[in-house]
Every structure is written in structure tokens, then in C-alpha cells.
Design a protein around this ligand. Structure first.
Ligand code: ZN
Length: 305
């Protein structure tokens, strides 16, 4: 079945063998094809990207006919109506009667925007704030907005705060794109209760049937060591320790950040660094007791010291 004119994000090949392959979008031809078997799923798609004509400011202003690209992270996807000032195309003031008509039009334009729109607008303002605080890339924010919209459509916003729902959406998007941000990071950036956040996250995952993979521990090793300015050798040895731990199967069920901090701590000692467990604990946000326990476990299994 080929769909005409659809920017649906849920387009998927119907073959069971293709479910793991991504859908490929060809903006040039306006088509979406299955990455597994190559069947055409959508054709004659509308182009939602930013029109980029000309290489200088002058030619751009002359040639561009549209505004910025549409985005799910804007409450109306960037397609709102703006009823301009009380002047005609030549710059002359409009006559009194027309002016009055336009004022009424503007008022009804405002009033016709539904309650939902106002709520979305508030949620996405918060989302953009969190994006800046946590340094999250645009595509992940877009995905978070998509998850949030789906959650609102599924009526999950009832009885939940907007802040915790949008934070949970952002966390889910981070997990989908393998961006190393913990629940604590997002809870503090979104100024929400961590407990409510994790409860709402579980609801979202269950109701929207999201398939989230566990966090990649190696990414947290990179993140922590970059934040603490550790040596490259220390970082690489920590990767080795993590690999050995995974081989010995002692990483299962461990908090990925705690595992990363413990691996880094051991590799730091191996390389003659003198950084206390307390510092790793502060940097990673994991209690030093947890780190100490994992360090002891790694030490017992791998017999490093
Ligand atoms: Zn297919």
C-alpha cells in the first residue's frame, strides 16, 4: 500500500522480516522506502525542510519563499497564522472600517487556538530549556516532542504534571538515541520530582509500547572522564576493564553510571592517579558506597590488585 502525501513518523514495512530495518526517507524524491526490502511506502511527500536558496544574504532574501523548517517541537509546528499590522501593501494606513475588521479577525484567531495548543506551547518551552541545560541535539528534542504528543493523544496527561511528562518523554528519546543522560540529570534540569518522573516514564513505555535499550556504559565512561579531565590512557584502560567485566558477566543489573565510575576509579589507580572515590561519587551522582561495592566486586572477579 503506497500512501500519498504523508509525513507520518510511524510508517513501517508490513513484512515481519523488515521490522528491524529503518525506513529510509529520500527528501529529494519525496519518498519513503523500506530499508530491508526496498518497497516504496510513501510517495509525493511534502517537503518540510528549510528552503535554502542562494549563498549570500542578498540572494537568500530574494529567493527564499518560506520560513524555517517545520518542527514537532513547536506547538503549531511553525505553521501559525500571523495577521499583520494595520497597513496595506503600499504602506498606507487601512481605512477605519477595515482596521476594525482585521482587529476582530486577529482576536478570533487568538481565541480559536485550543486549550491543547496552549498546553503544548508551555511544554515545549520547558523542553527547549532542558535542551539547552543538558546540551541535547535537535533530532533528540524532535523525537521527545513526538513522544510527548503521542502521550497527550493517548490521554496520559490526565493526572500527571506536564513537567514530569515532558521530562519522561525527553529521557525516553535520549535512551532511543543513546545519549548518556540519567534520570537524575533530567529530573534536575526539568525541575521535577524524580520519583514521579520514573513512574511516568514506566507508564509512557508501557502505553506507547516503546522499545528502549539499556544505556551504553562506555558512553558514561567517556562522559565522566571528560568532565574530570582524566588522561586518555585512564579512559582506555577503563574501557578494557568494562570489557572484561562484561565477559565475566558481572555487569548485569548494575547501574551503568556506577559501573562506569567504578571502572574509571580502578583504571585511575592502575595509572597512578590519586582521585578519591568521593570525587567520582560527586561527579557521577552515584553514592560512594555503591561505587565501593562494585569496585570490590570487580577486584574480586578480575583480581587486578
Ligand atoms: Zn520491507
Amino acid at each position: 500500500m503506497i500512501v500519498n502525501y504523508s509525513n507520518d513518523y510511524d510508517v513501517e514495512c508490513q513484512l515481519d522480516t523488515c521490522k528491524t530495518y529503518p525506513v529510509i526517507t529520500d527528501h529529494e524524491r519525496g519518498e519513503m522506502i523500506c530499508g530491508g526490502c526496498g518497497i516504496l511506502l510513501v510517495q509525493n511527500m511534502s517537503n518540510s525542510s528549510n528552503e535554502n536558496n542562494g549563498y549570500t544574504l542578498e540572494s537568500f532574501t530574494k529567493l527564499a519563499r518560506t520560513g524555517p523548517a517545520t518542527s514537532l517541537a513547536i506547538f503549531d509546528q511553525g505553521l501559525s497564522t500571523i495577521i499583520g499590522s494595520d497597513k496595506d501593501c503600499t504602506g498606507k494606513a487601512l481605512p477605519g472600517k477595515t482596521k476594525y475588521e482585521f482587529r476582530r479577525l486577529r482576536m478570533w484567531d487568538q481565541r480559536s487556538k485550543s486549550k491543547n495548543t496552549a498546553k503544548l506551547s508551555k511544554a515545549f518551552t520547558l523542553l527547549h530549556g532542558m535542551k539547552t541545560k543538558l546540551g541535547i541535539p535537535n533530532n533528540v528534542v524532535e523525537n521527545a516532542a513526538y513522544i510527548y504528543r503521542k502521550a497527550v493523544d493517548a490521554k496520559l496527561s490526565r493526572g500527571r504534571t506536564m513537567a514530569s511528562l515532558i521530562s519522561a518523554s525527553l529521557y525516553a528519546a535520549c535512551r532511543e538515541h543513546n545519549i548518556p543522560r540519567t534520570l537524575d540529570d533530567i529530573a534536575s534540569a526539568g525541575n521535577t520530582n524524580r520519583k514521579a518522573l520514573s513512574r511516568d516514564l514506566r507508564t509512557i513505555i508501557r502505553k506507547l509500547e516503546l522499545n528502549l535499550k539499556p544505556h551504553d556504559t562506555a558512553l558514561f565512561i567517556t562522559k565522566i572522564s571528560n568532565n574530570m579531565n582524566l588522561k586518555e590512557k585512564t579512559k582506555r584502560d577503563a574501557f578494557e576493564i568494562l570489557k572484561l567485566c562484561e565477559k565475566e558477566e558481572i555487569t548485569a543489573g548494575k547501574h551503568p553510571v556506577a559501573q562506569a565510575a567504578a571502572s574509571l576509579y580502578i583504571s585511575c589507580i592502575m595509572n597512578g592517579g590519586k582521585i578519591s572515590q568521593k570525587k567520582f561519587s560527586i561527579e557521577s551522582g552515584i553514592s560512594d558506597v555503591t561505587i565501593r561495592n562494585i569496585v570490590a566486586l570487580i577486584n574480586k572477579t578480575l583480581k587486578i590488585f
